[in-house]
Design a protein around this ligand. Sequence first.
Ligand code: GDP
Length: 213
Amino acid sequence: MTANPDLEEQARKLFSGPVEFLKSAPDLKFLPDDGQAPEIAFAGRSNVGKSSLLNALTNRKALARTSNTPGRTQELNFFDVANPARLRLVDMPGYGFAEAPKDIVKRWRRLVNDYLRGRAALKRVLVLIDSRHGLKDVDREVMEMLDDAAVSYHLVLTKADKLKPSALGRVYEEVAAEAARHPAAHPAIFTTSSETGSGIAALRTAILEAATL
Ligand code: GDP
């Protein structure tokens, strides 16, 4: 992707300004009004590093709380970036935890599907994939949900610091080849580490770009 220094600087400034928790929506009726600000949503298997990535993007230590307890985080959390909000980050509940009771999986699907379909403000979803594990079937299911809902998404490889560059390169190629077969997958795939900060500035820029489409 061509770097755009202006946009990168704008994104850096935007994310170093105020970021505020707006609300949690355990159900569609609690969603903030559609269309107030462009929304970028984050999805990924539990433990993929979603909270850490949200914190790294916003330079916060504890914006997004980590919770790996299945069933505790069945809600969409909205965060306003800038005041008044220029964009809204949406933390979607983690999926794919082992031994999730069926009704929780069903609830997750309903909540996420209802949100994805017909949300005018939703500009892009970031689907987080643990670099060490690559794509799993649960990730593929989510990608298909997004394809069906025609919501554009980026795949984001997390925890890149855990792999050697050669191994990371192989995972990237595999993931990119598979993404190319999904109609709503954006060709730009990001590689990030919340630990070292690598890829974070590029992802901020992509978020701002998607929000201003
Ligand atoms: P979530 O369940 O998706 O919100 O995942 P968390 O952000 O809570 O991260 C799960 C675990 O992975 C925690 O132990 C984090 O410290 C660790 N982790 C998250 N991101 C990174 C990263 O970029 N590098 C490394 N080495 N560990 C990470």
